[in-house]
Ligand binder design. Structure first.
Ligand code: XMP
Length: 515
């Protein structure tokens, strides 16, 4: 679905922050999309942005394989903002110089605004702490440009051309650590590019429902409702559009958390009146996983089993023409990303060949939304809050939280410990302060003592993280009293455990999941 109002194009040169730029712009009420930096001129013209932002990059502009964009980008007469690497590209393009041997700056740095009347720095403090992440920096500004800001190690931390239609800064206004970062993006959008803010999620619902109705006509649409926020919001949106033409199926793969399938069935069948079938496929999944301990192998088996089950179910709807998927914007970007940190699409979003096999066309109504936008759409559609605010849950479910070989017994231990942890997080009002929290069963046995007897049982690790997007994360500083209470409940109520530990690793270097 094309956005009709003013929009911004972000060209991605591989920075870890590119998604954040798009989020910040959308938070300012302007629609933004990301394209890889090597997008063709035709693609860029087709998108017809009002302004273009050039992202940062882990590369040096001098590297032989340094990413570039089409040179026409600079002659389209669109306002351009270059961030970090983007600034260096502008400098190089217009005849400035970039110094490889300059002093690096990583992390916090102070900048001073040199040009007090610069539009980009309107209402911005004269000195501000900003987030830097650069090796190279500008040593000569291009003719016709002037300096707008400097830092201790970067004398040209901000530049602008004469009419300020092409501007660049060495730091990252999109990260939360940059003071006044939002003001800079605001100034670029509204002072420099004169864009109109007209992006808002409720218009999105209306226009999406209309689009889906037109596309689906009177045909049958099928959807696998996993219980995740994305597939739930997608299903409710499509249900609004086509009602009973939507046929949903919830597959219990034996790897769900306690009570999860029942809750999905209740919410969507009873509350929303969606035509929702239930298939208990837990034996099929667990038998195929028997004895498998390699995490990637587990993921493959689960993905394949899911397709097998779904194909069988879809046989019932031979006439169906469409399949709904809860793909969201970060998944789309990941699959397009220019040598970004994660260039592969997540396996759970790739229903591997099913649409082709069944001759189904995809309906992906959330393709353009970030997670928080999806949640807002879900709220506007009346999905209960306790469902909307749920933590992300991986497609392979509890399989990747039983480290090593999966057994039904270990899954039960995990399910019980996890349920206690989550129940207590909710009770202590800590649930929504964490991005994700869960238990993990480790494949080590340690000694314990119970009554007069020594035991030799498994270890459960609790993991809780704070994060804005799951790309980086920190371990949640949960109160000691809370952890003590959870640990004691788990030890008392769950059999088959000798101890409970709390994971204090951040991402990076660790990941959120253990497998
Ligand atoms: P990591 O562990 O990579 O996780 O820091 C980042 C986010 O992705 C989720 N995750 C997955 N989701 N299939 C999924 O659907 C997977 O195989 C998978 N692995 C990790 C993880 O729960 C976190 O939200």
């Amino acid at each position: 679905m094309a956005h009709t109002g003013d929009s911004v194009l972000i060209l991605d040169f591989g920075s870890q922050y590119t998604q954040l730029i798009a989020r910040r712009i959308r938070e300012l009420g302007v629609y933004a999309e990301i394209l890889p930096c090597n997008a063709t001129v035709a693609d860029i013209r087709a998108f017809n942005p009002r302004a273009i932002i050039l992202s940062g990059s882990p590369y040096s502009v001098y590297a032989p394989d340094a990413p570039r964009c089409a040179p026409e980008v600079f002659t389209m007469s669109k306002p351009i903002l270059g961030l970090c690497y983007g600034l260096q590209l502008i400098a190089q393009e217009f005849g400035g110089e970039v110094d490889k041997s300059a002093k690096r700056e990583y992390g916090r740095a102070e900048i001073t605004v040199k040009d007090k009347s610069a539009k980009l720095f309107k209402d911005f403090p004269p000195h501000a702490n900003v987030w830097m992440s650069h090796g190279d920096s500008l040593s000569k500004i291009p003719p016709g440009f002037h300096v707008t800001a400097r830092s201790a190690n970067a004398p040209f931390a901000g530049i602008a051309n004469a009419d300020e239609s092409i501007v660049g800064i060495q730091f990252h206004p999109e990260v939360a650590h940059t003071e006044g970062g939002t003001q800079i993006l605001y100034n670029f959008l509204f002072e420099i590019a004169k864009i109109e803010a007209n992006w808002n999620p409720s218009d999105f619902i209306e226009s999406t429902i209309k689009d889906i109705r037109e596309r689906a006509g009177t045909d049958t649409v099928i959807c696998a409702l996993s219980g995740g926020v994305d597939s739930a919001v997608a299903a409710v949106l499509v249900h609004r559009a086509v009602g009973k033409q939507l046929k949903c199926i919830h597959v219990d793969n034996g790897l769900m958390r306690r009570g999860e399938s029942a809750e999905v069935m209740h919410t969507f069948r009873d509350h929303f009146g969606i035509d929702l079938d239930f298939r208990d496929a837990s034996d099929l999944f667990l038998d195929r996983l028997d004895g498998v301990s390699d995490p990637e192998e587990k993921r493959k088996i689960i993905g394949k089993a899911f397709i097998d089950v779904l194909s069988e179910e879809a046989e019932k709807f031979r006439g169906a023409k469409f399949l709904v998927q809860g793909t969201i914007y970060p998944d789309v970007i990941e699959s397009l990303s220019f040598k970004g940190p994660s260039a592969t699409i997540k396996s759970h979003h790739n229903v591997g060949g099913l649409p082709e096999k069944m001759h189904l066309k995809l309906i992906e109504p959330l393709r353009e939304l970030f997670k928080d936008e999806v949640r807002n759409v879900g709220r506007a559609l009346g999905i209960p809050e306790h469902f909307i605010d749920r933590h992300p849950f991986p497609g392979p479910g509890l399989a990747i939280r039983v480290i090593g070989a999966i057994t039904r017994e270990k899954l039960e231990v995990l399910r019980s410990a996890d349920a206690i942890f989550i129940e207590e997080l909710r009770a202590w009002k800590l649930y929504s302060e964490t991005w994700q929290a869960f238990a993990v069963v480790l494949p080590v046995q340690t000694v314990g003592v119970m009554g007069d007897e020594r035991t030799y049982e498994n270890v459960v690790a609790l993991r809780a993280v704070t994060s804005v997007d799951g790309m980086t994360a920190d371990w949640a500083r949960l109160p000691h009293d809370f952890l003590a209470h959870v640990s004691s409940r788990i030890s008392n109520e769950v059999r088959g455990l000798s101890r409970v530990v709390y994971d204090i690793s951040s991402k990076p270097p660790a990941t959120i999941e253990w497998e």
